[in-house]
Design a protein around this ligand. Structure first.
Ligand SMILES: [Zn+2]
Length: 537
């Protein structure tokens, strides 16, 4: 029964459809006669089907739409069988719809069709339309990969072209059916992504009220579960030709829908940078137990550096991270000073590397002293203070923030992201800090969610309400956006704290504070992960 549905029924439909074409092209077609007639052989090139791209649960993210263009008469069982196995290799392909009237008309002449062999011509199709993750990319009207996975794996995805060689006479009659040469095409290689499309759909519903966002979900073993970027686009439009409205949308510089924000969005990390500042300060001898008053601002070099609220008293660096106190971190910037800034920045050069093989990826930018010398001719006095709280020249991609979070979750190292099954990952992203600096920072991130004044506290009580007894660690961020009044809202987390399994990084552009927007989104994504992928230990 299964075989019939998968193969039998489509084949029957094909036969009907093919006969129509046969009639048109060979019995009546003038066009056919004009086509390349090479030494009494008529040659038909047969385009191969591209390899399918599946999500981790076997759902087709990029597949093939099949229609019939070429067909051959054959009595040879071997050829028919070879053809059938090629059809079977296209598993999950789609069919054009055939009219019921055609079915009955042709049905009466079935005996004529017994020896037909026909070749499907395939076109790329993206069943999820505009929900297709950016990392998949798209193909152009010639069927060649232009971006993302489709581009990187073009050589193995595209398959091998086939050819049918038919001996014909001057009038284009087939001279000898038994001498027809059939070289069937070979379908390209299939790939299975680590992505979960149901999770992508779910994230899409969470950010529906926002225009631009990026969400990275990965496991601590490096497997990417989601690489969600908005605005979205439908990759299908490029293989069929764009309408004017689509052209305008795709080329809108402000929206930049083709941009994969998870790997090429460069964002000032805002207070998420305080994770780095904590590590660097402890590494440079700052006593993490140091307390500090907070009046809501400090004056440095004749300039006022503001906090977002007075915190009155901060008992140690962990509490400074918990409440995200700018004053404490300005003072860490002062402590690190220009003299230590070179060392500080050199350590962050771990970000000067791409995390994936995707063509769009940009590397994060961490200004070093030579950059300041080139642009300012000196290192500005406030540079260390601004860097310490994540405002200014430092910009990170969401995937870089996720990798930083994962490295802390994993006690200092994080495997590079894995995007498809079979991908070999040799490299590990290693934080250049001592274990004690990492452990203090790690427990400070727990306090952000669990502490009495923590900016991520919403997650803690909401998870409890949902019935999960799980500890989460993370950090909020709100980064100033020079073009708009509203800030970008950021949050990054890992969970569970004791045996980390998930890393979730959320960036919502021009949405407000991290704790207001990105935190509730990250919480729902975490809940989804716990329901679908959590294994209590
Ligand atoms: Zn403060």
């Amino acid at each position: 029964m299964n075989n019939f549905l998968l193969l039998g029924l489509p084949v029957l439909f094909y036969i009907i459809f093919v006969y129509k074409l046969f009639e048109f092209q060979i019995l009546k077609g003038d066009d056919f006669r004009k086509k390349a007639l090479d030494n009494h052989f008529y040659k038909i090139k047969v385009k191969p089907a591209r390899g399918n791209i599946y999500d981790r649960n076997g759902k087709i993210v990029a597949g093939n739409l099949t229609s019939v263009k070429t067909f051959i008469i054959s009595k040879d069982e071997d050829i028919v069988n070879e053809y059938k196995s090629y059809i079977a290799s296209l598993n999950g392909y789609y069919l054009d719809i055939i009219d019921y009237d055609e079915f009955t008309t042709i049905g009466a002449r079935r005996e004529l069709l017994e020896n037909l062999v026909f070749i499907p011509i395939t076109n790329r199709v993206y069943p999820y339309k505009d929900l297709t993750p950016h990392l998949v990319g798209y193909v152009n009207s010639d069927g060649a990969g232009v971006d993302g996975f489709e581009k990187v794996f073009e050589d193995s995805l595209k398959g091998e072209e086939g050819e049918i060689i038919i001996p014909v006479d001057a009038k284009m009659n087939i001279v000898n059916k038994d001498k027809i040469v059939y070289n069937f095409p070979k379908k390209g290689k299939d790939y299975t992504l680590t992505i979960d499309m149901e999770l992508h759909k779910f994230i899409d519903s969470l950010v529906q009220n926002y225009e631009k966002s990026a969400v990275v979900v990965m496991r601590t073993n490096g497997e990417i579960l989601a690489l969600y970027s908005k605005p979205k686009y439908n990759p299908q439009i490029f293989s069929r030709g764009l309408t004017l409205a689509e052209w305008n949308y795709i080329n809108d510089k402000e929206l930049a829908p083709l941009m994969n924000r998870t790997i090429s969005g460069l964002y000032p990390p805002g207070s998420i940078a305080k994770i780095l500042t904590t590590l660097i300060a402890i590494e440079n001898g700052w006593n993490w137990k140091n307390s500090m008053p907070c009046n809501g601002y400090i004056i440095y070099g004749g300039r006022v550096f503001k906090d977002w609220t007075p915190h009155y008293y901060i008992s140690d660096i962990k509490e400074a991270l918990e409440v995200s106190c700018n004053v404490y971190y300005y003072n860490l910037g002062r402590f690190l000073r220009v003299s230590r800034i070179t060392n500080y920045l050199k350590k962050l050069s771990i970000f000067y590397k791409k995390f994936t093989f995707l063509p769009q990826e940009k590397i994060s930018f961490v200004p070093d002293s030579s950059w300041y010398m080139q642009n300012y001719r000196f290192i500005p006095g406030g540079a260390a203070l601004n860097l310490a709280i994540g405002q200014g020249e430092l910009v990170l991609t969401p995937i870089a923030i996720a990798m930083l979070t994962g490295a802390i979750a994993n006690n200092g190292k994080m495997p590079y992201p894995k995007l498809y099954f079979g991908q070999i990952i040799k490299d590990t992203f290693k934080l250049p800090f001592s274990d004690s600096a990492i452990q203090i920072t790690k427990s400070a991130m727990l306090q952000v969610v669990k502490g009495p004044r923590g900016t991520g506290g919403y997650i803690n009580w909401k998870l409890w309400e949902y019935g999960f007894n799980i500890n989460v660690a993370g950090k909020t961020g709100s980064s100033e956006n020079p073009h708009n009044k509203k800030t970008h809202s950021l949050f990054t987390l890992f969970a569970p704290y004791e045996n980390p399994q998930f890393i979730i990084t959320v960036v919502v552009e021009t949405a407000g504070h991290g704790s207001d927007v990105a935190v509730p989104i990250a919480l729902e994504v975490l809940r989804w992960c716990l329901l679908h992928y959590y294994y209590p230990q």
